[in-house]
Design a protein around this ligand. Structure first.
Ligand code: C2E
Ligand code: MG
Ligand code: MG
Length: 720
């Protein structure tokens, strides 16, 4: 294991003085131990020397003295040996006590004095040869003790000074030169021994110093090691603590990251939801919720964008404005859900037909706008528009019934509008209105001449409101010739507006408007009343038993009190019900055959005759006829117009078929718009019951019609 030294552990001071200071007690103890350890042999040697001296002097000195010396010597030696044994048995701590030193010092001093006593008291008693021997023995004892007591200079001195000095001085003062010589020798020996003891002592001191320096170093190392261990333990603890904290931090961080990512996920989810909502909001702001098409706002935006595009020489931008014919009535009669269904289906059909369109928008309840890029010469636009109208006129299933709807389409070109998007939309709208005025189900391109027409229309609308009250509406009559009988038996009442500025206006210029504005009810009522009254008047005048045919609109028929109103008019005018015929155009009929049938039944119950006008222009012409209580079908003039007397051609075939079918259903068949004798011949050939057309007469005022009737009374027959 690697220890790191703690900076808290200071290295020891190793200078001798410092070590001596630091380890004074231990040094003392070590020296004491050294004293005791080395005291055995000198003590024994001293005892031996003493005993030898006693033995040598035996007989030369007083026996008592020798005996006492012997006893003392033995006692002292035993005491010192006992002291040594006691010391060695003591524990290290006990050995450090200072009294061990003191007793050793005492023992040494006693030994020294004992040797001095031997030298002073016994020496003179012996002969010179014996003296030399005794001094030799004493010197040997002193030298050996001095060397072993050198561990403590005080002990050495306490032993050596009493051991040598008194006896040497005593001998010097003795008259005998030989003894004086020994005295001199003793005096020389004392410093010589002192020097040796001092050097030995220094050696000991150095050793001890080195030992304690080493010990200091070892202790320092140990301390440092412990400190390192402690430090390492603390470090390890710190490392563990740090690891724990790091682990906690990591856990916390993971938890935080988890929370962050959860939050991020939540945020992302809510952000997604917000964006989706935003996109939906934006989508709804730009789109029509019912059909999913763009709305007017998006159309206007796109028109602006398109208008800012650099013009391309071979491309042109066209705007188609489409309005469903009679939608208001459909809405009123079928209810909102069905009307919504019609709008959705219309949108789908437009999309299906004009998938190349840049934008298809629903810009009002039943109005759609289509933005198209076309070839610069506009080629193909009209066929495309007609195809769209034809598609829209295909039967549409609404609930359990099948309806045929038609639309009016106005087209304007961006170049024609001078690149102005607002003007483009306006022009397309004007063209669409014109198409509507022409009876609907048609396409009109914008041209500048329509501009006035559109203003006129607004004006006309306001004026039509007052036309009835101002007596500007009149009823014209167009005769119907009964073939076979060759008589004018009936007349169709056709409304006219004698306009103060524009003169006599045909229904084509205001009936559609009246239907849109709802004025048709009042107008229809006026025509019915006027026609019935007129027919009754002619009858009264004896001109003819004339039946009168009045055009009614779906709006009128849908009125709950319509039948009652008719009954009231008949009662009022006293016209027999069978002389009144009501005409409903086939295209209007297709809106709601069931309701029409119910109303027709009620009308028929009054005795009124019923006719389907413009027969052949609707779609399911044949299908409903057998369910409808009608008396007459009027072949539309478009079929008659093409007849040239030959049997060839589609119109001839259709006309033949209608006559045959009408008859097979027990209906009277009337042909409208007969202008040519050849047409008359054809119809006559195929058994058509009645004809109506300019060939017989244009619609004329009541007076003129009366004249016709009178003329008929004079010369019955068909004009040539
Ligand atoms: P309609 O009921 O089919 O009437 C016949 C239309 O054909 C009349 O047009 C008549 O003038 C025209 N006509 C008759 N013979 C010929 C012919 O030989 N050649 C040509 N080219 N046209 C011929 P008009 O009077 O302009 O009326 C147009 C339509 O207006 C009528 O068509 C009818 O649907 C509607 N209408 C007229 N008066 C009323 C009315 O009082 N109430 C309603 N709801 N509609 C009316
Ligand atoms: Mg008619
Ligand atoms: Mg007609």
């Amino acid at each position: 294991m690697t220890f790191l030294f703690s900076p808290d552990v200071q290295p020891p001071a190793l200078e001798p003085a410092a070590v001596r200071r630091e380890y004074a007690a231990q040094i003392e103890a070590a020296l004491t131990r050294q004293l005791y350890r080395g005291s055995g042999p000198p003590t024994l040697l001293m005892l031996l020397s003493g005993l030898s001296c006693v033995g040598l002097l035996w007989g030369h000195a007083h026996d008592l003295l020798l005996g006492a010396l012997l006893g003392w010597l033995t006692l002292l030696a035993l005491l010192r040996l006992w002291q040594t044994v006691a010391f060695q048995r003591a524990s290290a701590a006990e050995q450090a006590a200072p009294n061990w030193r003191h007793t050793f010092l005492l023992g040494a001093a006693a030994s020294g004095m004992t040797l001095a006593a031997v030298g002073v008291l016994l020496m003179p008693l012996a002969g010179p040869r014996l003296q030399a021997l005794i001094y030799g023995l004493l010197a040997a004892a002193i030298i050996s003790a001095s060397v072993s007591y050198a561990a403590s200079l005080r002990t050495f001195l306490a032993f050596a000074i009493p051991g040598l000095l008194p006896s040497s001085l005593f001998l010097l003062r003795h008259g005998d030169p030989e003894l004086q010589g020994w005295g001199v020798l003793g005096l020389i020996l004392l410093p010589a021994l002192s020097v040796s003891a001092w050097q030995i002592n220094r050696g000991w001191q150095r050793n001890l110093l080195r030992r304690f320096q080493n010990q200091a170093l070892l202790e320092y190392q140990e301390q440092a090691r412990r400190a390192s261990v402690q430090t390492n333990l603390e470090l390890a603890g710190e490392v563990r603590q740090r690891q724990r904290v790091e682990a906690e931090l990591r856990t916390a961080q993971r938890a935080l990251e988890e929370r962050v990512s959860e939050r991020t996920r939540a945020l992302t989810a809510s952000e997604l939801a917000r964006r989706q909502e935003e996109a939906e909001r934006r989508y709804l702001a730009d789109h029509d919720a019912l059909t999913g098409l763009a709305n007017r706002s998006l159309l206007l935006q796109r028109l602006e964008e398109v208008a800012t595009r650099p013009p391309q020489h071979d491309r042109e931008v066209a705007l188609l404005h489409l309005d469903l014919d009679r939608f208001k009535r459909l809405n009123d009669s079928l209810g909102l859900a069905a009307a919504d269904g019609i709008l959705r289906e219309t949108a789908r059909r437009i999309e299906g037909c004009l998938h190349q369109a840049e934008l298809i928008a629903r810009i009002a309840v039943d109005e759609f706008a289509i933005l198209l890029e076309v070839h610069a010469d506009g080629d193909g636009l009209e066929p495309l528009a007609r195809h769209l109208l034809a598609l829209l006129r295909q039967g549409m299933a609404v609930g359990e019934q099948e309806l045929v709807i038609s639309a009016s389409l106005g087209i304007a070109l961006l170049s024609g509008a001078g690149g102005d998007p607002a003007r483009l939309l306006n022009q397309a709208t004007i063209a669409m209105r014109h198409a509507k005025q022409l009876g609907g189900n048609s396409v009109q391109f914008y041209r500048d001449s329509l501009q006035g027409g559109s203003r006129e229309r607004l004006l006309l609308e306001a004026q039509l409101d007052k036309a009835l009250a101002r007596g500007q509406l009149e009823v014209f009559y167009q005769p119907r010739l009964t073939l076979g009988a060759e008589r004018l038996r009936s007349a169709e009442a056709l409304v006219r507006w004698r306009h103060p500025d524009y003169g006599l206006l045909a229904p084509g210029s205001f009936i559609a408007l009246a239907e849109e504005t709802g004025q048709i009810n009042a107008i229809g009522d006026f025509v019915l009343r006027r026609a019935c009254a007129q027919a009754r008047a002619w009858q009264r005048e004896g001109l003819a038993e004339l039946s009168v045919s009045v055009n009614i609109s779906m709006q009128q028929l849908r009125q709950a009190d319509f039948v009652a109103g008719v009954a009231a008019v008949l009662a009022e005018t006293e016209l027999p019900a069978p002389l009144l015929e009501l005409e409903l155009t086939e295209t209007q009929l297709s809106d709601n055959v069931e309701d029409v049938a119910a109303q027709f039944r009620r009308l028929r119950a009054l005795g009124v005759r019923l006719a389907i006008d413009d027969f052949g222009t609707g779609y399911s012409s044949l299908g409903y006829l057998k369910h409808l209580p009608v008396d007459v079908v009027k072949i539309d003039k478009t079929f008659i117009r093409e007849l040239d007397g030959s049997e060839q051609g589609g119109d001839a075939a259709i006309t033949r078929a209608i006559i045959a079918m009408g008859h097979s259903l027990g209906l009277e068949v009337v042909a409208e718009g007969v202008e040519q004798p050849a047409q008359l011949d054809f119809l006559r050939r195929h058994g058509c019951d009645e004809i109506q057309g300019y060939l017989i007469s244009r619609p004329v005022e009541a007076g003129a019609f009366a004249a016709l009737l009178r003329a008929q009374g004079r010369e019955v027959g068909v004009p040539a």
